[in-house]
Structure formats: structure tokens, C-alpha cells
Ligand binder design. Structure first.
Ligand code: MIG
Length: 767
């Protein structure tokens, strides 16, 4: 193995720097280190003009020479058209070739290798032995195995004997990734492009690869705190009075903080940035009323600009040369919601700047809070699979060159989200952008939802698989339409009808409440699926779940901050937390919320399920029952998803106004609570560090405190038996129910929980 631990900064002196190490007949290859942990192999067809990637936010620092290079834990052998890597004891052999407009990269795949990642795929967590395509597609009615979907992230992780190495083939053109289908012992990446930046990302742990991938593609945007609320949508709420009625129902039924979405019917003939004045005679007033009842408003914005010489946005687009053109210089016209439509050419700065100003104007004029980007694959009704593909449509890059759409397709939504984010930022708000399509790096600007899923049991499980893949591919603020979007989907040679049931809706909320984006949304013509749509019993169960969600907000918000700072996913497959437990390699019907909380949702119509708990001790969130690692059959009554807390858990909760709760399980653990005002743009967060060691809980003091932070803390420790005494900062505190005076520490035991009221800056010992 490589014992040479040359410090990173010394390399540039040691190595002979050569720009292109391979200049063959067909292509050039340049190998460089991006940082200590990421290697880049850039292949460019000779004569091709290299395009900068919109995905990657860092530049290579050191070029490697032909032959053997030893850099820290890396051993990299660069040959004419192949690169052999040994890192953390794992061999990665990559061969590059080019022919007929395609690059092919081949790599070794071992018998025991497992493959994760690839973003939004309707496949199991372990993606070995699948072949997938990267091509953003309007995938209405997709099901298990459908491919491709809306988002393309050509990043995958190969795990061998618990050591992980990441691969990222950066090209926005069509790509096929074959993970051991064509050949047992090989993966192949075939890219319809004249350039590929191929990254090899070091582990050794899965989490290292994931956070390093985010390190090169950019940290997830910090979302406003309200984005963690319960979001209510449908295609479409109108007129204005109906929107207010929905808002009132949400309030009357006590469903917590809410966001309402306006789908395409609010527009005047689907002209973006306009209102239909019959349906919405006074949108400013409507938005104001919604804000008064604490509800945020998100409007959909499609990329379609109606071809209409009297329409202001179209005129500006033409005059400013902001619209996409065909190679002969004529305007590109596609069929979208408004009929004949032009498409903004987001690939150049001038267009993005114009779009940002349109968004800014819209948000300032009407006070809407966030923007929902749909159809941005881009989709068009007059193309096969409702998705634009073309060698004739061209985009103008910043340097003025024109590049055919097919080379850039997968980046359309990323550039659109970039410009949309910037528009919202200019209004002083913390941006909330929700996007359907995306490419690697989309997390810098937008949340992503999984598009048009279906109201059936298949999707209850499938959506988890889709989301877990997204989550470990850098996109951390995610969710799926709760209750399912579509009712009629293609199938059985015609179309099949699926109708939501109360049980399925409750089951859906049971896991959706643990995802950052929690949005109930349904297709036009689908039966109602708001929380109240199935009568009092379902409503009550959903309300209780939403209350649990609201209680968990401090945990979710802290996890969002941690994701923003370190690139850690909010929701994680079990293998992310327990990489050395072979039993969890393929588990995708359970997940972790942050480091502590394991959720094992009921995914079919039963009332109990088998749950795997990795080694160590766990407690059942609902009743404090203690479980040892292993398989257990557990109760999963309607409304009570099996949820377990790991030994050493410290889950911050909102107990009541101004009171922070901490759900703790004895063991060893640490957590940092993050908070801020929830809406300013680049706040320095207030932080509170928590530690548990055995039965001793330490709550730090708030660092960088903003006003109004809770100073009273209720520790809720799962203990099993009543303790003999409790010491806080070395002083025994009385056993008593909490008095009205908030200053007084005391404790009481109930169920299997000891409740201790303390202040921040305290150390509590339970004896
Ligand atoms: O062709 O705007 O995925 O959420 O409700 C359908 C109408 C267009 C697709 C989105 C869906 C949205 C719908 N849109």
C-alpha cells in the first residue's frame, strides 16, 4: 500500500507539471488533483472547445504527470488512455476511449461491490446491475424501474469491503451508466459529448464521499425556516376566494404552519408573471390576507414564454435576445401550456440577469414568498416523451458561442434555478425555490420534489427509494407529493385508475413528516386529498403527525444547517450511519433522520412490520421500550410509524413557546442545535452544544445568541426506571412536577421518561 504521506501543499514542487499527458489521435487527457481528496481526469476531443461545468464550484489545483504519482493516500498511475488509482486500499482502474461523438469510460467492478447514488432513480438503493440514462425527462406516470426521471446526477459510489470511492462523470449531455449489466466485472459510462470531467472522490467512508461530492458541487442552500412547515398544494386552487377558503380550513383545523401553492391556473392564459384577473382580481390583497394568517405563498413559474407580440415578457425576450434560437437564427418554438412558446436561454449571463429581474419584480410586486419551477427538463408537448431534445436548437454561452441543446440539456434547470434564486435574493428574502428537474449542483439553489408520482401503495415505497438516492447525491432538501399526484397513469395497455384511500394518505404522512419538504399535492381531477378530505379519524391522525413534525422543527432546522455547512444529508439511508454493518447495505425501506432517529415506515396495508435495528440499543419513540440491535417485529398501528432513537441520542424539540426540549437516550452522543431568525440571508447562527455521556447530559450556553432564544430546557431522558436522585450543576434538585415559575429546576418520572427542567449552561447527572 502507499505509505507516502507527502503533505498536499508540497506536491506542486515535487511533480513535473505537464498540461496534457495524453495527446493521442482522438482526444487529450489531463489528470489533476482538485484537493486532497478529489482527483479529476479531464478528457477532451482534439479540437473541441472546452465548456466550463455549471456543476462544479472548485478548480483543479495541481496537474499530475505521466507515470506514477504519489499524493498523500493516493497512488495514481497515468498512462496514455487509462488511469490506475489506489486509494484507501481500493483499486480503481479507468480506461478512456472516444469514437463517433462518444466518450466511454470503463472501470472495474468487483463481485462484492455495492453501488449507491445516481440521484433521482426509481430503483433500489443499491444500484449495482442496473443500467440508467442521464437525461432530464418529464416522467408523468413513472413507476418502479422507469428511467430516466426529471433529475440527472451522474455521481455514484462504489463500496467495497466498507470502503467507498465516488465517481462523478461531469457532462450535461445524454449519458448511459451501466453498472455491471453488459459485463459482469465492469461498469461503463458512455457520454454523447466531446468532453467529460471524470472525478474520483475518496472516502473511505460513504459519508466522506458524499460530503466531498458536495464539497465540489456546492453546499445546499439554506432554506427559510417556514419551508419546514406543512405545505398544501393542488393543481390548482382558484379562484382567489377558494385559496382563502383553503387557508382558513388549514387554520381552523389546526394543521400548523402552512405554505399554499398556486399552480398554473392563476395565470392569464398561462403567461408567466401575470394573473388571470377574473380568477384573481386582487392578488396583492389575497397574499396580504394569507400573510396575516401566517401562511406563505409559492407560485409556479414555467419556462414557457407565450409567443404573443402583445405580451411584455415576450417582447423583452425578443428585444434583449434572451430567447433560445435554432441554429439558423430563428426563434425556437415549442408547445407548452400557453400554446406556442419560446424558451429563455438560461445558459448566458444576460438572460439569467433578465430572468432574475423578472422574478424580483414578481416577488416585490405581489409579495409571494417562493417560486416553484416546473417543466424545466425542459418539457414540451410536441416532443417525444414530452421532453425537448434537439441538435438544431442552440444555446448561447457567455463567450457568445452557440452549442446544440443536446450537449447542455441536463443543465437547463440548473441555470434556471440559479437565475431564480438570484432574483429572490435581490428582494432581500432568503430564497425558496422548488425545482422539478436538476443536475449535480442543483442543491445550491433549490429544493427538489420527485415529480408526478402516483396515489398507490407502489409509490409509498418507491418514493422512499427515489428520495434516498437523491439525498446521498447532494440534494438534501427534498420531498415527494404526499398522497400521490396522479390518479390515472399509463398501464395495462391503456390507462389505470388509482384512488387514494384514507389509510394510504395517513401512511404517507407517517414517513413524509420526517422529510424536509412536506407537501401534499394532487393532480387536476384527482379526488381531494387535503388532510380533512377523508373525515375526522384520518384528520386526527394526520394532525397528530403534523404536531410531531412541528415538535421536531428544531432538529430538522439544525440538520438543515448542518447540511448547509458540512454537506451531510438530512435524511440518510442506514448504510450512511452504519457503514460497517453488512445487514444494512440494501435497506431502503427504513431511513435515518439525522444521526439519531430511525424511521421504519409501514409501506403496505398491515399493522405491524419487521424492522432491522443496527447494533447497540434503541428505544421506541412512542413508549420508551428498549430494543437490542437485530430484527424485530413491531407494532405499526395507523398513525404510529415505528420510530427508534439510538443510544446517545439528543434530539432537540420545540416543547412549547420558548421552551426547548431534548429527547435523550443514555449513551454517548453529541449534537449542536442551530437557530436563526429563519429568513435573513446569510445569518451567523446561534448554536447550542449538547452532550450526553452515560446518564450525564451537558447543555452548553447559546453561542452567538440572538434575542428570544429559549433558556429553559426540558430534558426528556428515556430511562426505563425511576432514578434515585438528579443533580444539576452539582446540586440535588427536587422531585416535583414543574412549577409555574420557570426558573425552578425539578424532575419527575412518567412512563419510561424522566423529565428534568433545567436552564441552558447546565450539567445534569441522573443517579
Ligand atoms: O403537465 O402545473 O409535476 O406538480 O401540478 C403537468 C401542473 C404540469 C406537472 C407538475 C405538477 C403540476 C402540473 N405540472
Amino acid at each position: 500500500m502507499n505509505q507516502d504521506l507527502t503533505p498536499w501543499h508540497g506536491i506542486s514542487i515535487i511533480l513535473k507539471i505537464q498540461k496534457y499527458v495524453n495527446v493521442s489521435m482522438e482526444f487529450s487527457m489531463k489528470v489533476s488533483m482538485v484537493n486532497d481528496d478529489v482527483l479529476r481526469i479531464s478528457v477532451v476531443k482534439n479540437g473541441h472547445k472546452y465548456r466550463e461545468s455549471p456543476a462544479v464550484v472548485v478548480k483543479p489545483t495541481v496537474d499530475l504527470a505521466s507515470g506514477e504519482n504519489k499524493i498523500g493516500p493516493w497512488l495514481v498511475k497515468v498512462n496514455e488512455d487509462s488511469v490506475h488509482v489506489n486509494v484507501d486500499g481500493v483499486e480503481v482502474n479507468l480506461r478512456f476511449s472516444y469514437s463517433n461523438g462518444q466518450f466511454t469510460i470503463r472501470g472495474n467492478l468487483g463481485l462484492a461491490d455495492i453501488v449507491y447514488g445516481l440521484g433521482e432513480k426509481a430503483l433500489p438503493l443499491n444500484r449495482k446491475r442496473f443500467r440508467v440514462t442521464m437525461w432530464n425527462t418529464d416522467a408523468y406516470g413513472y413507476r418502479y424501474g422507469s428511467d430516466p426521471l426529471y433529475v440527472s446526477i451522474p455521481f455514484f459510489i462504489v463500496t467495497r469491503n466498507h470502503v467507498s470511492v465516488g465517481h462523478f462523470a461531469d457532462s450535461t449531455a445524454r449519458m448511459v451508466i451501466d453498472l455491471g449489466v453488459d459485463r459482469e466485472d465492469e461498469f461503463t459510462v458512455t457520454v454523447n459529448d466531446d468532453q467529460v470531467d471524470y472525478y474520483v472522490i475518496r472516502g473511505p467512508r460513504l459519508r466522506d464521499v458524499v460530503t466531498r461530492f458536495i464539497g465540489i458541487t456546492g453546499k445546499p442552500a439554506l432554506m427559510p425556516k417556514w419551508a419546514l412547515g406543512h405545505q398544501q398544494s393542488r393543481y390548482s386552487y382558484y379562484p382567489q376566494g377558494r385559496v382563502l377558503e383553503v387557508a382558513k380550513a388549514l387554520k381552523d383545523m389546526d394543521l400548523g404552519n402552512t405554505v399554499i401553492y398556486l399552480d398554473i391556473h392563476y395565470m392569464d392564459g398561462y403567461r408567466i408573471f401575470t394573473w388571470n384577473s377574473e380568477r384573481f382580481p386582487n392578488p396583492r390583497d389575497m397574499v396580504k390576507k394569507l400573510h396575516e394568517s401566517g401562511i406563505k405563498v409559492v407560485t409556479i413559474v414555467d419556462p414557457y414564454i407565450k409567443v404573443d407580440p402583445n405580451y411584455q415578457v415576450f417582447k423583452e425576450g425578443i428585444n434583449g435576445n434572451y430567447l433560445t434560437l435554432d441554429s439558423d437564427g430563428g426563434l425556437t418554438i415549442v408547445q407548452g401550456w400557453p400554446g406556442k412558446s419560446a424558451l429563455p436561454d438560461f445558459f448566458n449571463r444576460e438572460t439569467r440577469d433578465w430572468w432574475s429581474s423578472l422574478i424580483e419584480r414578481w416577488v416585490r410586486d405581489y409579495g409571494v414568498d417562493g417560486i416553484w419551477l416546473d417543466m424545466n427538463e425542459p418539457a414540451a408537448f410536441d416532443y417525444p416523451n414530452h421532453t425537448v431534445t434537439s441538435k438544431v436548437i442552440t444555446h448561447r454561452l457567455d463567450d457568445g458561442s452557440r452549442v446544440p441543446h443536446d450537449y447542455l440539456h441536463n443543465a437547463y434547470a440548473l441555470y434556471e434555478a440559479m437565475a431564480t434564486y438570484e432574483g429572490l435574493r435581490r428582494t432581500g428574502r432568503r430564497p425558496f425555490v422548488l425545482s422539478r428537474a436538476g443536475y449535480a449542483g442543483i442543491q445550491r439553489y433549490a429544493a427538489v420534489w420527485t415529480g408526478d408520482n402516483t396515489s398507490n401503495w407502489e409509490h409509498l415505497k418507491l418514493q422512499l427509494q427515489v428520495l434516498l438516492g437523491l439525498s446521498i447525491s447532494g440534494v438534501t432538501f427534498i420531498g415527494a407529493d404526499v398522497g400521490g399526484f396522479a390518479k390515472y397513469v399509463p398501464g395495462d395497455g391503456g390507462s389505470r385508475l388509482f384512488t387514494l384511500t384514507p389509510e394510504l394518505l395517513v401512511r404517507w404522512y407517517e414517513w413524509a413528516i420526517f422529510f424536509p419538504l412536506l407537501r401534499n399535492h394532487a393532480a387536476m381531477g384527482s379526488p381531494d386529498q387535503e388532510p380533512w378530505a377523508f373525515g375526522p379519524r384520518a384528520l386526527e391522525l394526520i394532525r397528530d403527525l403534523l404536531r410531531l413534525r412541528a415538535r421536531l422543527t428544531p432538529y430538522l432546522y439544525s440538520l438543515m444547517w448542518i447540511s448547509h455547512i458540512n454537506g451531510e444529508p438530512i435524511v440518510r439511508p442506514l448504510v450512511y450511519e452504519f457503514p460497517n454493518d453488512d445487514e444494512v447495505m440494501n435497506i431502503d425501506d427504513e431511513f435515518m433522520l439525522g444521526p439519531f432517529m430511525l424511521v421504519a415506515p409501514m409501506l403496505n396495508n398491515g399493522t405491524s412490520r419487521e424492522v432491522y435495528l443496527p447494533g447497540g440499543e434503541w428505544v421506541n419513540l412512542w413508549n420508551g421500550e428498549v430494543f437490542k440491535g437485530g430484527y424485530h417485529v413491531v407494532d405499526a398501528s395507523l398513525g404510529k410509524p415505528p420510530v427508534f432513537l439510538r443510544g446517545g441520542s439528543l434530539v432537540p424539540t420545540q416543547e412549547s413557546e420558548g421552551v426547548l426540549g431534548i429527547l435523550a437516550v443514555p449513551g454517548d452522543g453529541e449534537f449542536t442545535v442551530y437557530d436563526d431568525d429563519g429568513e435573513s440571508q446569510s445569518p451567523t447562527p446561534s448554536t447550542l452544544s449538547l452532550r450526553i455521556s452515560g446518564d450525564r447530559v451537558t447543555v452548553g450556553d447559546w453561542a452567538n445568541p440572538m434575542p428570544q432564544l429559549p433558556t429553559t430546557v426540558i430534558l426528556k431522558v428515556y430511562l426505563g426506571k425511576e432514578p434515585s436522585k438528579v443533580m444539576v450543576n452539582g446540586v440535588e434538585v427536587p422531585k416535583a412536577r414543574f412549577s409555574a415559575e420557570p426558573g425552578q429546576p425539578s424532575w419527575y418520572f412518567e412512563g419510561r421518561l424522566i423529565n428534568i427542567r433545567v436552564k441552558v449552561g447546565s450539567e445534569t447527572m441522573i443517579i
